[in-house]
Design a protein. Structure first.
Length: 492
């Protein structure tokens, strides 16, 4: 049988230093020789580039699709191949038709057309743990963004009226977009007069040529609303509800911003009758016909009904449905998540076994980071001696120290993530199992605010079609529901 080898690194630094790619390729070639597989193409992924990852994964899929015979895809471990349940679905289609065998070296696992439910379970659980790993490591990026926020820098795409640029020294920043900034200011000035609704202001600004950046498309009403609430325009950025002054040139004054906000508040729009109990589904359900949000309203003094707002004026799906009926539909889905005790115990044991295999991978990264930290800290003394001996200037010394300190800080953050990661994977998985098993009882006993949080945690894409509530279980709750129903985590 012909084989494809796939090797992947987690960072560009690993690719440059050849840290893991050669080792992965060598082990895969030796494995293929031992199994009597004929190696053809070899693919290398750089995970630091999403575009590169997507392009090369598509190349692997294309080769499998075009092959007239079954191919063996050899990878070091499950998390070297995939960290997404979407990829599992695609690869499994080729497995079922006999066009693909998956060989995971570290797990000693071969998945093919004849694989039994136990083997398929191991594959699914491996992908689940890899996905958990990605979520844990992403916390490092969040901390970096937190630090940039405290330093007064915005880390994302520039808002309308500003633009992202790269300076001559290679650093990126945000500057005033002279083609749009004056129109943004005019928008605030017009709204502050009180003569414009949000919709009429949107039409006026589109007429004046204020377009979205960088697409150049006309602004929508919701975009205008968000811009009028955006404190960034007067010099303060909002990061997760916290305000902090930024380092960029403001477009408007704080006084003008406050005037516009007073006008917005003066409308005192109350689309819903208020109650001392929050609405469970507010903001969660959309009309399947037109995409507008469902609006809650109290009838007969106590019954809460939901209906399409028909905001665009072109929807004929304006039906009314009780909140208790919607909760009943959600309850049926939650009931399907309940695991028998032996099922929950079996699932936790399998997760524990996979968690142990992840330990070796985590330790590799901890060792890599510690080795790099040792190199950096050794250079501090060398640079200091070079400065004393006059081989480098004070400015050069300061610049080098700043670069190395930044890298050291980033590595320490990574080290914390990897050091805690193995324990956190298993804890996260067990918590999800426990939440799934108790989801129905939690829904019945919880307060409205808690019901909203629970529904949003488990379900996605809620929409009303006629009087039927449609929705999807989020991953991994969809897999848990299948397991609860069939006794197998993986169903064919």
């Amino acid at each position: 049988m012909k084989a494809i080898i796939l090797a992947r690194v987690s960072t560009q630094e690993q690719m440059d230093e050849g840290y893991s790619i050669p080792a992965q390729l060598a082990r895969a070639r030796e494995y293929a020789k031992r199994k009597g597989l004929e190696v053809g193409n070899e693919y290398q992924f750089d995970e630091s580039s999403l575009k590169d990852h997507r392009k090369k994964f598509e190349a692997v899929v294309d080769e499998i699709k075009e092959s007239k015979e079954c191919l063996a895809l050899i990878v070091e471990t499950i998390d070297r191949l995939q960290r997404s349940f979407k990829e599992s679905v695609l690869l499994d289609d080729y497995r079922k038709t006999g066009k693909l065998e998956l060989h995971f070296i570290r797990e000693n696992l071969v998945i093919n057309k004849e694989s039994n439910s136990s083997e398929l379970q191991r594959w699914d659980l491996g992908v689940f743990m890899a996905r958990s790993f990605v979520l844990q490591i992403s916390d490092n990026v969040k901390r970096t963004n937190e630090q940039r926020f405290r330093d007064g820098f915005w880390y994302g795409k520039a808002f309308v009226g500003y633009k992202n640029i790269t300076k001559e020294d290679g650093t990126k920043t945000i500057v005033i977009d002279k083609d749009r900034a004056f129109l943004v200011k005019k928008m605030f000035e017009l709204y502050a007069t009180g003569d414009y609704s949000m919709k009429s202001l949107m039409k006026e600004m589109n007429k004046r040529g204020l377009t979205n950046h960088p697409s150049g498309k006309p602004l929508t009403t919701s975009q205008v609303d968000r811009m009028l609430k955006n404190t960034f325009y007067y010099g303060v950025m909002n990061f997760k509800g916290r305000l902090h002054p930024h380092n960029y040139e403001p477009i408007i004054s704080k006084f003008l911003f406050d005037q516009a906000r007073k006008v917005a508040e003066s409308y005192n729009k109350q689309p819903f009758k208020r109650t001392n109990k929050p609405y469970v589904f507010r903001g969660l359900i959309r009309c399947d016909k037109c995409g507008c949000a469902l609006s809650p309203e109290i009838k007969k003094g106590k019954y809460i009904y939901y209906h399409c707002t028909n905001y665009h004026g072109n929807c004929d799906n304006v039906v009314w449905i009780k909140e208790e009926d919607l909760i009943g539909e959600v309850g049926k889905a939650f009931k399907g998540l309940e695991l028998r005790q032996e099922q929950a115990d079996t699932l936790k044991r399998k997760l524990s076994a996979i968690n142990e295999s992840e330990g070796a991978y985590l330790q590799e990264n901890v060792d890599r980071i510690n080795n790099r930290l040792k190199v950096i800290r050794g250079r501090y003394k060398e640079m200091y001696i070079d400065k004393i001996d006059g081989r480098i200037t004070t400015d050069m010394f300061d610049n080098l120290m700043e670069e190395h300190k930044k890298e050291e800080q980033d590595l320490l953050l990574q080290l914390e993530e990897y050091s805690n990661g193995n324990r956190e994977f298993y804890i996260t998985a067990v918590k999800l199992i426990d939440v799934a098993s108790r989801a129905y009882s939690l829904l019945e006993s919880s307060e409205p605010e808690e019901k909203t949080q629970l529904i949003n945690f488990v379900l996605q894409n809620l929409r009303l079609k006629g009087k039927n509530l449609l929705f999807e279980l989020k991953t991994p709750f969809n897999g848990i529901a299948d397991y609860a129903k069939s006794g197998n985590l993986y169903t064919t």
